[in-house]
Design a protein around this ligand. Sequence first.
Ligand code: MN3
Length: 211
Amino acid sequence: MSAFTLPSLRYQLNELEPVIDALTMDKHYNKHHQAYIDNLNKALNDNPNNSSLVNIFKNSSGELDNPAVRNNGGGHYNHELYWDILSPISIVSKTNSTDLPVVQKMISQFESVDSVKLQFETAGLGRFGSGWAWVCVDNTTKDLKICSTPNQDNPLMNLPGIEQGTPIIGIDVWEHAYYLKYQNLRKDYLQAVWSLLDWNRINDRYVAAIK
Ligand code: MN3
């Protein structure tokens, strides 16, 4: 398997200000995410294979049994998704999202996007310790689901206790994602970071997941 590398961002580290400060972005992207990638490559070099990360996640009796692959593979996948679905407010404000299929789906299933946001906040606040909050597409019904996972697990992982689905929104609720600016106020961070969501990116993931 070729080595995983840090994905480039579509924005500068200071462009998510004031919601996410540049120092948090620098440490989170250049240090935390890079460390997951380095440790994932090391773990897979110790046990070479030709599977994609998604295939590793879905194969419960394979490399996922190795905690180094589970934690660092999840760490890499989750952060790549997180960076991808965020964008600077100056860009977000230009996006008219009401006609997007994912927004239509949220309204038809939950009555409003605000209702999704509220349930998402509850999921993120309810996750004790470190983890992630998710909006997923159910693989069978194609309905939306809101959940959270511990540590660097994600809904693609075929593991006991993990609600299965294809993630379209994933927000990091580890303290390293928000503590410098929000300290212990995880709720304030969750509410603020929602304003950075790039609905075109989320819609692309939704459209792919319902096929
Ligand atoms: Mn993180």
